[in-house]
Design a protein around this ligand. Structure first.
Ligand code: OOG
Ligand code: NI
Length: 310
């Protein structure tokens, strides 16, 4: 039994902020829509500066093999005080996912999904194992989690060898998610702008989508441009991932789907529907995620959607 109190065994807030900052910086560099959307919001007077944007959640994708996947990546965030919440299952896409509640409301929630590699065809699974088998043990167990620079480096370093363009295409034919992860690994898949606290006219997904489309941003329309939970309290939309130049094994360059931006509106829970605006905090709004919404948001990197932005 450890005598160390819980909060002392946990990673520091400074460490967590360094890691989240490092993720956002690489993501912003790779996804021009991020800066473009923030600039458009400032220009329109929706916000005074980009620091006012509330990040609802960030998302990662992982390969479900024993030494990697959710159980490996989550260790980093559990160390910094995140708590695992609900499980979601996507039978058609062969994915599992969990969401994680942050240690304090100023931090984003985290959504981590995982490919059920064992459910793919033997051919596709073999391609994946030919990369992941070089990782013999869970790499997160070897990290010094209190060394934020080491964690930041790990999240942006190659877990396995550079894929071949041929393997990427063969995977994409069976699972576009698999192809995305084999190349993009733990790069942030998206960050999410909370719209419900924005000024009138922009504080609903309908209003915010209209603003985005007026400014030329292309939205994912899988299942409709607005995805709403059955309780009507969580509505989401997302941009279509732009294509990024990727260098495959042997130096071959190809354009593939990168990351995207998501938007979320969380309505007040019925018990708090009469609260004055100044009193509303995160805990008064609809929490968590919704499998039916997420199922369609995944398609923001699928060719059926990315074809529209080329
Ligand atoms: C995640 C899609 C699901 C949400 O908020 O429900 C999601 C992904 O594309 O990896 O982000
Ligand atoms: Ni999301």
């Amino acid at each position: 039994m450890s005598a160390v109190p819980q909060d002392k065994a946990r990673g520091s807030r400074e460490g967590l902020e360094f890691i989240l900052g490092g993720l956002m910086r690489r993501y912003q560099e790779r996804v021009p829509d991020v800066q473009a959307i923030m600039d458009a919001m400032v220009k329109q007077g929706i916000i005074g500066s980009e620091t006012e944007i509330e990040n609802d959640h960030i998302a990662f994708r992982t390969m479900g093999v024993p030494q990697l996947g959710i159980q490996s990546l989550e260790k980093i965030f559990l160390h910094f005080g995140y708590e695992r919440r609900d499980h979601y299952f996507f039978p058609e896409k062969k994915l599992d996912a969990y969401w994680y509640a942050p240690p304090a409301p100023q931090y984003p929630r985290i959504f981590i999904s995982e490919l059920r590699v064992r459910d793919l065809s033997p051919e596709a699974a073999e391609i994946i194992y030919s990369y992941t088998d070089t990782v013999s043990t869970d790499p997160v167990t070897e990290l010094h989690l209190d060394d934020a620079k080491e964690v930041d480096w790990f999240l942006h370093s190659s877990l396995w060898k550079l894929p071949t363009w041929d393997d990427y295409q063969r995977l994409a034919r069976e699972s576009e998610y698999a192809a995305w992860v084999i190349y993009n690994r733990y790069y942030l898949n998206h960050f999410t702008i909370s719209v419900h606290n924005l000024p009138e006219g922009y504080n609903t997904i309908e209003g915010f989508n209209a603003f985005l489309e007026t400014n030329g941003f292309v939205l994912n329309d899988a299942g409709g441009k607005i995805k709403t939970s059955p309780d009507g309290k969580l509505s989401q939309s997302s941009t279509v991932a732009r294509m990024v130049k990727a260098t495959f094994a042997g130096g071959e360059e190809q354009m593939i789907a990168g990351s995207y931006v998501e938007f979320a509106e969380r309505k007040l829970l019925d018990a708090f529907s009469t609260l004055a605006k100044a009193e509303i905090r995160r805990e008064h709004r609809r929490e968590g995620f919704e499998a039916g919404n997420a199922d369609k948001i995944f398609e923001s990197t699928y060719s059926s959607q990315t074809n529209k932005s080329e």
